[in-house]
Design a protein around this ligand. Sequence first.
Ligand code: NI
Length: 137
Amino acid sequence: MATVYVTRQLHFSAAHRLHCDKLDPQTNIKIYGMCNNPRGHGHNYDLEVTVRGEPDPLTGMVIDLKELKEIVAREVIDQVDHRYLNEDVDFLRGVVPTAENLAVAFWRILQDKFPGAELYEIKLYETPRNMAVYRGE
Ligand code: NI
């Protein structure tokens, strides 16, 4: 049999501010720079969700990509799109909304959601050049 990896890309836009309450203001500015500006800033995120499994002998599919898209849209995109990530999203409370932390949070939500396929990787592009990858380790 063959294990095949299947990826769907989805998009969302959101605002955030990088700020850690446990650090003093000067340290926050030193670490996060302009990303610590009080009123936040926005990103156009691209989220790539990869699952793996064996293609069904009849359909040839690991998972119906339309179904994969609908699950990620419902569970993640609808919760974060056009929101202020520091305050508006229940599952991000108390988390500094870096790409790293978002990738982990999205993994935890999506981990058990795909029938017949196993979540393999969350890849989150914060910009075309900056991305974080999480594989549940
Ligand atoms: Ni940012």
